[in-house]
Design a protein around this ligand. Sequence first.
Ligand SMILES: [Zn+2]
Ligand SMILES: [Zn+2]
Length: 146
Amino acid sequence: MPIEPLSFGTETYLAEPDPVPVELSVSRMTGGGYALHIAFSASISGPCMRCLQPAAPSVDVEAREVDRPGGGEELDSPYVTDETLDLAAWVRDAFALALPAKIVCREDCAGLCAICAANLNTAGPEHFHEPEPDPRWAKLRELRLE
Ligand SMILES: [Zn+2]
Ligand SMILES: [Zn+2]
């Protein structure tokens, strides 16, 4: 099942593998209609949202839908129309919902230095900038000198 690329901000993220193997099970419900279940694992690859290096966290996705004609809104799956399942749309939405809020290369990614944009994962803990003297304090110092 191909998953369309997702974009966050100006970056595009691709689902892998492509196509993603999706396990679909459909069971007929007593009283009509269908209960549907999908499960798949995919990773999303693109720039880490903290350090911009390549990231590809993987997610396990599982989703259920129920569709029973005349069953009211709760039993009317938006992905089923006239007994035809739009699996691609469902897989894409389920994947988007399962994604972490931030796509990072690793949980403890240190990100980029706020001052010089160096990658803090490789720059190491000794990466440090002398704090800029606050202009207000500089003024105070001047006053004291007078
Ligand atoms: Zn990162
Ligand atoms: Zn820096």
